[in-house]
Design a protein around this ligand. Structure first.
Ligand SMILES: [Zn+2]
Length: 132
């Protein structure tokens, strides 16, 4: 598939819009220096009843967003970076969240909007902090 035919996901939009401010880093240790290790388990569901098999991520696999797997979803995904920063600020060791996708079904560049994405995320985060 050519890149411009692809429906942009949350991390694509983020990467395209955030670069110039220079606030982004792909290095987890640099972004979250107080964290020793992290384990994130992600499940997705279109109806809130049947959930996908859990995907597990470690600290070298975590970006700013988990992208939505719904094909026509524009700017879809879960903002894991925001959740991590909140947890780290409060030094929370674990949290469970369930949230709808932030995206909407639309044309590949998001100009036409057909309706909210129905995808939901169930996320479990465990953080091990340094000096504990
Ligand atoms: Zn979505």
């Amino acid at each position: 598939m050519r890149k411009r035919d692809k429906t942009l996901k949350a991390s694509d939009v983020f990467n395209e819009t955030t670069d110039r401010f220079g606030t982004r880093t792909n290095n987890f240790d640099e972004a979250y220096p107080s964290v020793d290790d992290v384990k994130i388990v992600v499940q997705q569901s279109l109806d809130g009843i049947r959930w996908s098999d859990p995907d597990t991520y470690g600290k070298f696999m975590v970006g700013e967003f988990f992208d939505c797997t719904v094909r026509n979803c524009y700017n879809g995904g879960f903002h894991i970076g925001q959740l991590l920063r909140e947890m780290i600020r409060n030094r929370e060791p674990e949290c469970d969240v369930e949230k709808p996708c932030r995206g909407y079904e639309g044309s590949p560049k998001g100009k036409k909007r057909y309706g909210s994405c129905l995808n939901r995320y169930k996320i479990n985060v465990k953080i091990k902090y340094k000096n504990q």
